[in-house]
Design a protein. Structure first.
Length: 235
């Protein structure tokens, strides 16, 4: 009898070592990590609060020395975005992140108040309190989407009605800031990127639609005095 009990105990221990009676081990948690950076200068941003939007429950963390951050326990197969808040920065919703079944390394960005104000000043405008800035990275299957006219980039509600009071779209020029449509009437590749931006976007649920043979639709919810980074193809 004692030999039988001993053998059963050994079998139980062996099963536990293999991850249970099924012999399957628990998969490691999915981690999204990288650096938190200033959107315009790419300098490290430490001490920023990072909260996920689109995950339940939300994951909240703070960037450390050198801007390093880590979000552990991200759901497999999810698409979410990170919302960054920091002193002297607009609360910034970063570009959407798509996760399959493995961990990823992705840098996050935040738009400073000073840099957002510079976009207005360069266009001879002043910011309207309570309105957001929206920046769209125009990415196709083969790199930057170029040659798209301003009229093919819309910021509308789900019914297709244009958002009231907005300015844009404008395109980013060679110096890395927005320029007027007389200077750039179409999306142009500078440093491997083509980007567009809208200013004075009211709060609420909107979507940016980019037509280039097909139509990319990027829904977002504008926050008061926020910044929103969108991308035609999720990272």
């Amino acid at each position: 009898m004692h030999r039988v009990v001993a053998r059963l105990l050994l079998l139980a221990l062996a099963a536990a070592a293999c991850g249970g009676s099924s012999g399957q081990s628990t998969p490691p948690p999915i981690v999204v990590s990288g650096s938190t950076l200033d959107y315009f200068s790419s300098t490290a941003l430490s001490g920023a609060t990072i909260a996920t939007v689109g995950l339940t429950p939300a994951i909240v963390t703070t960037s450390g020395v050198g801007g390093a951050y880590s979000l552990s326990g991200v759901s497999s197969g999810s698409t979410f975005l990170a919302r960054l808040t920091a002193t002297n920065y607009r609360a910034t919703n970063d570009e959407p992140i798509a996760v399959t079944t493995t961990s990823r390394t992705i840098d996050l960005h935040a738009v400073s108040i000073a840099d957002a104000n510079r976009q207005y000043a360069g266009l001879g405008m002043t910011p309207t309190a309570g309105r957001a800035v929206v920046i769209v990275d125009l990415v196709g299957t083969n790199g930057a989407l170029v040659g798209i006219p301003a009229a093919s980039i819309l910021l509308v509600d789900t019914a297709g009605t244009p958002a009231p009071g907005i300015s844009g779209p404008f395109f980013f020029g060679a110096a890395g800031d927005l320029v007027d449509n007389a200077t750039l009437a179409n999306s142009t590749d500078f440093g491997g990127r083509a980007r567009a931006g809208f200013l004075d976007v009211p709060t609420g649920a909107w979507e940016v639609r980019v037509s280039h043979g097909t139509t990319d639709i990027m829904p977002f919810t504008a926050s008061s005095d926020g910044a929103h980074l969108l991308r035609t193809r999720a990272r």
